[in-house]
Design a protein around this ligand. Sequence first.
Ligand SMILES: [Zn+2]
Ligand SMILES: [Zn+2]
Length: 111
Amino acid sequence: MGGDKAPRLRLVVIAADEGGPRLCRGCGDPLMPSAKSTAVFCKDACRSRSWRRMRRTRARTEAVTAGARAECPQCGAEWTVGVDRLVSAVYCSPVCRKRAWHTRRARADEG
Ligand SMILES: [Zn+2]
Ligand SMILES: [Zn+2]
């Protein structure tokens, strides 16, 4: 008794890509078995959402590469034009815009 002391083999199985169900790159749900072998999204909504995200990422990269930076005239904070803020943004935040407005107004009152 007790002679059965063979070490137990612990098998670690790493699932191959072709093994289990393929997952949607958009939402992570498993794709339908009927999905094409090239399909990576479970539905059109996932595809377009992912496409939009990719486009936004690319726009940001391009803006950063182009060096489209703006600076807040009030506090000097910097941001990337058209990405962090609107292209038309002048101040970094509503606080700075309000402060600048008050400053202008105070000067106008003096003069
Ligand atoms: Zn999906
Ligand atoms: Zn500012």
